[in-house]
Design a protein around this ligand. Sequence first.
Ligand code: SF4
Length: 278
Amino acid sequence: MRRDLPWINHPDPWAILVSEVMLQQTATSRVVDPWRRFLERFATPVALADAPLSDALAAWAGLGYHRRARDLHAAAGLIVSRFAGEVPSSLEDLRSLPGVGAYTASAVASFAFHAPVAVVDTNVGRVLARAWANRALGRAEAARESARLMGRAASAPFNQAMLDVGAGHCRSRALCEGCPLARVCRWRREGGGDPAPTSAGVSRRQAPFEGSRRQVRGALLREARERGPRTLAELRRDLAPLTAARLDDALASLTRDGLVERDGNVVRLAGSMATGAR
Ligand code: SF4
């Protein structure tokens, strides 16, 4: 089952980098529209680097985990200053960008530049553990096995196919019916305990959003984004019944992360001071 996603086979490495950063902590279905909007607003690294951070944070609406927007903004600045405005192609240069870890660097190197590297996320980790090894695989071992399996095949279609099987069939609860690997899958053929849950790269369930600090941070950022700079009193009034203690805690963490700025009693999106907003 091939997923029809707008960044697959996209010719622009910047569009692919943006998609991979957005996909780091957000479900694919929730990324498509924000990705389109973000690229309409920031079609190139130069466009993002030239904009204030507050614009990047505003364009991140709906995605959560706003530190990614802050890091992408900083990455765009580095792409402009160090790489002449072009997304770099080597793993090492990609890893030097803020917010780009091993997985994202591999994904951009493969999907944008066709580098012969394996892309192993949670989904692919499950496929490898079940279909290929029928045993739990550590993270590094999974990457090695994936590279071995890829052999000389073109990396982008191979990696995309593995991601698609993992997302469409080899989920936590395997949907083997119609899986293209069903006939060769070792776990299906040999049986035994499911090797996926103990494999590296298989993530734990996220803590519930409801009632979390993440939820309060999101509410504060939405206020600052949609209504402009707000006083502490306004925030406490409009975000009731959240307690002052919870608001203060979330505000302190947003300030530490460089996502909002405090000017006395006024809270605004980071970087918006320079734009002259109230
Ligand atoms: S046959 Fe089932 S267990 Fe094997 S790879 Fe496909 S979905 Fe996963």
